[in-house]
Ligand binder design. Structure first.
Ligand SMILES: [Zn+2]
Length: 281
C-alpha cells in the first residue's frame, strides 16, 4: 500500500505538486513505516519482561513444541525464547494428574502448557494462577453430575482444568476448524481468573470487556435466530461459552473473524494483546 502510493507519486509528471524535499520526506517516511511493520512482523517480543528467574525449557518439552505446535513455529527467535520459558514456568507451577491408566508424558505437559501460553502470550505475568491442577483423561469422560460425556471443563472452586487428551489433540490436528478444546478450556480459565481475587485479578481491560458483552448479545442472538455465523451454535448459550468460542475462532480462523466480525475481532486483539493475523502470517 505504502509502496504503491510512493510509486504513484514518483510517476507523476514534473508539474506534480510535490517538491523534491516533500518527495524525499515521503520516501523516508515510507521506509520508516515499512521498517516498523517488518520489525513488528518479524517478532517484536510480546512480553519481553519475563523475570530473570525463569529457566530455560527442558529439552523434553521443547521437542513437542518444535515438532507439533504451529503457533510456536511461527514466532520469531526472540519470541520463541520467551514462549519456551513461559511454557516451562507454566509446567513448573501446575500439578498434572493422570485420570487413566497411562502416565502424564512430557509431550502432554508441553502441549497443554503451550495452549495456555498461546492464549496468554500477550499478557504479562498471567499464568492462570488459580488453576493449580490439570487433570488429563485419555479420552472423553463420563460426568456423573451432568450424566453425559465431557471433553473438558474448568472448576474454579476445585482449582481444576480437566481435559480429554484425545479431544485436546484433535483440536490441534485440524488447525482451522475453529474447534480447539485446549484453547476453549484455557479461555474459560482466563475469563474466570480475571474475576478471582488473587495476584492475577482484573487484568482484562474493563472497557473492552463491557464492549465484548454488548457484542456478545448481538452475535448470540444471531446464533439463536439461526442466522449465519462464524461461531458454532454451542457457544451461543452465554457470555462464558461465547468468550471461549471467540478464542477458538480468533486463533484458528483469524482472517475470517477479522473480515466477518471486525469490531469483535478488534476487541479480542485488545483483550489478549496480540493479533494472530500478524503472528501467524
Ligand atoms: Zn465451554
Amino acid at each position: 500500500m505504502i509502496n504503491t502510493n510512493i510509486a504513484t507519486i514518483l510517476s507523476k509528471a514534473p508539474e506534480a505538486a510535490y517538491s523534491f524535499s516533500g518527495l524525499y520526506f515521503l520516501v523516508i517516511m515510507g521506509g520508516v513505516i515499512l521498517y516498523a511493520i517488518s520489525a513488528y512482523r518479524n517478532g517484536k517480543p510480546y512480553t519481553n519482561a519475563i523475570p530473570k528467574s525463569f529457566r530455560n525449557i527442558n529439552p523434553a518439552y521443547l521437542k513437542p513444541l518444535t515438532k507439533y505446535f504451529a503457533y510456536y513455529q511461527k514466532l520469531s527467535p526472540a519470541n520463541k525464547k520467551i514462549f519456551e520459558k513461559r511454557v516451562q514456568y507454566f509446567i513448573d507451577s501446575k500439578q498434572f494428574i493422570s485420570r487413566g491408566s497411562g502416565k502424564i508424558t512430557p509431550e502432554m505437559k508441553a502441549l497443554i502448557a503451550a495452549s495456555a501460553i498461546q492464549l496468554t502470550f500477550g499478557l504479562k505475568d498471567i499464568y492462570l494462577a488459580n488453576f493449580k491442577r490439570i487433570l488429563v483423561y485419555p479420552d472423553d469422560y463420563y460426568s456423573t453430575i451432568y450424566r453425559r460425556y465431557h471433553k473438558g471443563e474448568v472448576n474454579p472452586k476445585a482449582k481444576l482444568i480437566v481435559l480429554s487428551w484425545r479431544s485436546f489433540l484433535e483440536g490441534y490436528i485440524d488447525p482451522s476448524d475453529s474447534i480447539n478444546l485446549g484453547l476453549h478450556e484455557m479461555a474459560h480459565a482466563l475469563h474466570l481468573e480475571n474475576k478471582i481475587q488473587n495476584e492475577e485479578y482484573g487484568f482484562l481491560d474493563k472497557k473492552q470487556l463491557r464492549e465484548f458483552e454488548k457484542l456478545t448479545k448481538r452475535e448470540t442472538s444471531k446464533i439463536k435466530n439461526g442466522e449465519e455465523s462464524i461461531f458454532r451454535d454451542y457457544v451461543g448459550g452465554n457470555n462464558y461459552e461465547f468468550f471461549a468460542g471467540c478464542v477458538e475462532v480468533f486463533f484458528e480462523n483469524p482472517y475470517l473473524f477479522k473480515k466477518e466480525v471486525p469490531d469483535l475481532y478488534f476487541i479480542f486483539t485488545k483483550l489478549l494483546n496480540q493479533d494472530p493475523t500478524v503472528i501467524l502470517s
